[in-house]
Design a protein around this ligand. Structure first.
Ligand SMILES: NC(=O)c1ccc[n+]([C@@H]2O[C@H](COP(=O)([O-])OP(=O)(O)OC[C@H]3O[C@@H](n4cnc5c(N)ncnc54)[C@H](OP(=O)(O)O)[C@@H]3O)[C@@H](O)[C@H]2O)c1
Length: 293
């Protein structure tokens, strides 16, 4: 069962954005690609003619559904006997001040961004062990290294993914499996438009104690340093080609800059800059700063 080319890669969340771009990049590089999607119409439309390429195998895969994960793994085992690359890319953003996030919203974020990836890893490990050169790429974020106010759900899920990936790396290297984190900055995809804001933030509830903060954070636009999905995919493909990949790679100039700042600036200073940003959002709302009980 040991490696006979082409490399076999499985990408979650491959219907759009980074996952879609990565599928195309890996197909071009000769991989056999299992591309996970949830909605076949959406995925088919996004792939166009590529949908019919021999080495592309679109698979229905919601990473929160154990039965779909098991079905995909059975198919990979039967058709390939091994898996060389697992790219846990599926993810989305839940944003809003923590107090107003519902338990469901918070848990839904972790179900996809964290437990989706852990379930995929558990199911794929036996197949990855059958490869001579296996890689797990977990798509985190620079927000797996830093945080933003109103990002407790998203940042929390990515920080958890980072810790999980570091632990797993030490456990499975012995089997020839490398676990790598990639930490994108802002990437131009549908991610931003599909952010799920807390109900209070969505409805701009006038009773919300956090409406100014929520609005301020939602107003943030893509800056100049945004990276294309194709460039992000190219970087992940570079990582896959490395013989001895490092533990984490940042994608995009913004990600590199924020990471460097985090390393050189004192934690108290970073804390102060965020406090200042939050204070700015609260200006004029001082009377509302105490919570009613
Ligand atoms: N874009 C950014 O600025 C940015 C920055 C840092 C990190 N990231 C990370 O990069 C990854 C890809 O995001 P993107 O920017 O490419 O966003 P995107 O364009 O919105 O694509 C997200 C993909 O994930 C899929 N997905 C969401 N929930 C899923 C689930 N439960 N099961 C299976 N697939 C699911 C979506 O499928 P459907 O089409 O079915 O919804 C879609 O294919 C995410 O993990 C995200 O956190 C993005």
């Amino acid at each position: 069962m040991k490696n006979a080319h082409p490399p076999v890669s499985l990408i979650t969340g491959a219907s759009a954005g980074i996952g879609r771009a990565l599928a195309e990049t890996l197909l071009r590089e000769g991989h056999f690609v299992y591309a996970g999607y949830r909605n076949s119409d959406r995925a088919r439309a996004s792939y166009g003619d590529l949908w019919h390429v021999d080495r592309l195998k679109p698979v229905r895969l919601d990473v929160t559904r154990q039965s779909e994960i098991a079905t995909v793994m059975r198919a990979v085992r039967a058709e390939q006997g091994r898996l060389d690359n697992l790219i846990n890319n599926a993810g989305f953003g839940v944003y809003g001040a923590f107090e107003e996030l519902s338990e469901q919203e918070l848990r839904a974020q972790f179900e996809t961004n964290f437990f989706g990836a852990t379930s995929m890893c558990r199911a794929a490990l036996p197949l990855l062990r059958a490869s001579d050169r296996a890689r797990i790429i977990n798509v985190s974020s620079i927000l797996g290294q830093l945080v933003l106010p109103t990002g407790s759900a998203y940042c929390g899920s990515k920080w958890a993914l980072e810790a999980f990936s570091d632990c797993l790396r030490y456990e499975v290297r012995h089997f020839g499996i490398e676990v790598v984190l990639v930490e994108p900055g802002l990437i131009r995809t549908e991610f931003k438009d599909r952010i799920l804001y807390s109900k209070a933030a969505r409805e701009q509830n006038p009773e919300s104690l956090y409406r100014h903060l929520n609005r301020k954070m939602a107003e943030n636009e893509y800056g100049r340093l945004v990276t294309s999905a194709q460039a992000a995919a190219g970087k992940i493909a570079d990582v896959l080609r490395k013989k001895r990949p490092g533990p984490r790679y940042r994608i995009g100039v913004d990600s590199q800059i924020y990471y460097a700042l985090k390393r050189v600036l004192p934690a108290r200073f970073i804390d102060w800059t965020f406090r200042l940003a939050v204070w700015n959002a609260w200006r004029g709302e001082k009377s509302k700063r105490t919570l009613s009980v």
